[in-house]
Structures are given as structure tokens and as C-alpha cells.
Design a protein. Structure first.
Length: 258
């Protein structure tokens, strides 16, 4: 499903930039503005600053005069309305609705739709009202669902940019989230020869400090061997452990540490 985010009568230029940034971070780029307060809002300095690098989304964004124009090519509409209406589409949490929607989508594509008239969606649109008044009732009534973000009952007010980010995140999660980048390269594990050399060094050091009695070693060294194998030591860690063994031997011999 193609995804579109529609901002209706947005009054603050910074929120347009914040919305563009929110879309790009979640891998979306279709932004449509319906009758924004500023006709040149896509070029305003505040918009560009708040977009924080999402200039390609702003460049692709469109400004239209009516909601009908913004809905071209879209078959499933989601309002974002914090206040439930007495009449109109069902109010659901985004995650709940997305799970239902994608389940129906998969069934429709396989010819097993839950509803006889449910067909695969050409696209989905998320509608956001103006900052001061939210969405007009007539716009909400056109939608298939009203998404309400679960918030603190005592303080549920969300900035428009934050609301766009949350909906974009939940939809991305439903579609399949991006893989987390691996911050570190896989550590190279020390080989058996390096571990054996380090253990021999430790055996000398433990004997020198009186912790290991060569005449009655019991199972100390095999247990240390097992411990270090479980630890999956890196060559750097082997180097540290051998440095400790060296310091133990120097101390036992009464020599100053290097």
C-alpha cells in the first residue's frame, strides 16, 4: 500500500518541517498539505530548519486546495482524532487498527476477505487537522477509522509533529520495521593456541603468588580453562589477562611493575 500523510490547514510552518522529518525517518515521503496558512510554507526558513535534512520530502510535497485533491489514488483513510465522535468511523489505537487492516489486506489478496466488499487497498492516507481545532467533523466522517494515540488521560495533548512521528512509527512497525544497525563489528575471538598460552602464563603467576600448589593443583586450571572458553575471549582480552599475569609474577619476584 502506498502511504500518504495529509496535513489539513496547518498553521505553523515549523510543524510542516517536523512532519517531513518524521516521514523520512520512517521511510515515507508522500506529504500533501491542504490549504496551509502560508502558501509558501514549503520554502519558509522555519520549515526548512525543522525538516533537519528531510529536504527531499519537502521538495516532493504538494499543496492542494481541497481534501478531494489530496486523496487521489487513496482507498483507505485514517483520521487522527483524539476526541471520539458520537457519529462516524470507529475510534481505535493505531496498533490495533493496523493489525486489523493488514490482516484484511492479506486475506483480500488471497481471495479470503473477511468482508465481501473488502478489496486490496491502492493506498492509505493519514489525515491530520490544524493545530488549534483538530479535524473537522465532515473530514472525520469520510474516514474508515479514527486513530487515537493512547496518552496520559490527564494530559493527552500532542504537538502535530509528534503525532505524525508516532503514527509514522506505528505504521512502519506494522509494515515491517527497519533492522537495527550493528554499532560494533563482530569481535574476533581468540584462537585455542592464544587461550592455551594465556592459561600457561596464569598457571605460572598463580603458582608464584601461592594461589596454586603444583603438588596439589586439583581442578583449578581445567576450571579456569572452561571459564575462559565460556567467555569467548578476544585477542585484546587475552593481552590484558597476560598483562595481569606478568604483573603478578613481577610482584612475586619483588620487581617494580613496568
Amino acid at each position: 500500500m502506498h502511504t500518504r500523510f495529509i496535513l489539513i490547514e496547518t498553521s505553523h510552518a515549523g510543524n510542516v518541517g517536523a512532519a517531513a522529518r518524521a516521514l523520512k525517518t520512517m521511510g515515507f515521503d508522500d506529504l500533501v498539505l491542504v490549504r496551509p496558512r502560508w502558501p509558501n510554507v514549503l520554502r519558509k526558513e522555519e520549515t526548512i530548519q525543522r525538516a533537519s535534512g528531510a529536504l527531499d520530502v519537502l521538495e516532493k510535497a504538494r499543496i492542494v486546495a481541497s481534501l478531494d485533491e489530496a486523496l487521489d489514488g487513496v482507498s483507505h483513510l485514517c483520521a487522527t482524532a483524539m476526541t471520539p465522535r458520537d457519529f462516524g468511523p470507529p475510534t481505535r489505537a493505531p496498533r490495533q487498527h493496523f493489525e486489523m487492516l493488514l490482516k484484511q489486506e492479506l486475506l483480500a489478496r488471497s481471495g479470503q476477505a473477511l468482508e465481501a466488499d473488502f478489496a486490496p487497498n491502492a493506498g492509505i492516507a493519514f489525515l491530520f487537522g490544524c493545530e488549534r481545532f483538530g479535524m473537522a467533523n465532515e473530514d472525520v466522517y469520510r474516514c474508515h477509522a479514527a486513530l487515537s494515540i493512547p496518552t496520559n488521560p490527564q494530559f493527552g495533548s500532542l504537538n502535530l509533529g509528534a503525532a505524525v512521528q508516532l503514527i509514522a512509527y506505528e505504521w512502519r512497525q506494522a509494515l515491517g520495521s527497519f533492522a537495527l544497525p550493528d554499532a560494533r563489528a563482530p569481535a574476533l575471538q581468540a584462537d585455542a593456541q592464544q587461550v592455551a598460552g594465556m592459561l600457561a602464563h596464569w598457571e605460572q603467576a598463580l603458582t608464584a603468588v601461592g594461589f596454586l600448589d603444583p603438588a596439589a593443583p586439583k581442578k583449578l586450571m581445567p576450571r579456569l580453562n572452561h571459564l575462559f572458553n565460556r567467555a569467548q575471549l578476544t585477542p585484546e582480552e587475552i593481552h590484558i589477562l597476560r598483562g595481569i599475569a606478568k604483573a603478578m609474577l613481577q610482584t612475586a619476584a619483588g620487581k617494580p611493575l613496568d
